[in-house]
Design a protein. Structure first.
Length: 178
């Protein structure tokens, strides 16, 4: 029985049906260091550069378990760390970009944009199913990687924030569908 149903309807401590409990996780190791370049509509792009990204997640739900938890937190933290590990110390390439030419070789990835060409070791590249590597797109990507692990939980809404530099971040938030 959840907290909301355990309290009598006339009890002043009763939780309204629309109320949600929010659990925020922003651990020091929810982070990844990665290189990228942002693409612009005029076929221009930033120079290849890197950031020390930070990830924060917020889980929302209406029901707590008998011990007062929204969800067991250890598996959520482990999943966020695993997602960060797939991006850490990598060159992030948007494989769905219409502006880039990509060619995969057995041991390398070649990336061309206009007069610029790069050849990266395949083991150092993360090809992301994105049109561009922006903090907005990264927040949505991390959300998509984390959400399936919460499908059977009482979490109703998930928010993922990715910070690129201090004071510059983007978040993606949506309901989880069952």
């Amino acid at each position: 029985m959840g907290l909301a149903t355990a309290l009598r309807p006339r009890d002043s401590r009763a939780v309204p049906r629309a109320a949600l409990v929010q659990l925020r996780l922003a651990k020091e190791d929810f982070a990844f260091a990665a290189a990228h370049f942002t693409l612009f509509p005029d076929a221009a792009a930033e120079r290849l550069h890197g950031h020390n990204y930070r990830v924060r997640v917020e889980l929302s739900g209406a029901e707590l378990d008998a011990l007062g938890f929204l969800v067991p937190v250890a598996p959520v933290k482990a999943r966020v760390r695993a997602i960060c590990a797939t991006l850490d110390e990598r060159i992030l390439i948007p494989e769905k970009s219409r502006l880039l030419e990509l060619r995969q070789e057995p041991d390398a990835v070649q990336v061309s944009l206009g007069g610029r060409a790069y050849r990266f070791p395949k083991s150092e590249v993360s090809l992301l199913p994105l049109p561009n590597v922006t903090i907005e797109a990264l927040a949505q990507y991390v959300w998509g990687e984390l959400a399936p692990s919460l499908a059977a939980s009482p979490v109703r809404r998930l928010r993922v924030e990715v910070e690129e530099t201090s004071g510059q971040s983007a978040a993606f938030e949506a309901d989880l569908t069952s």
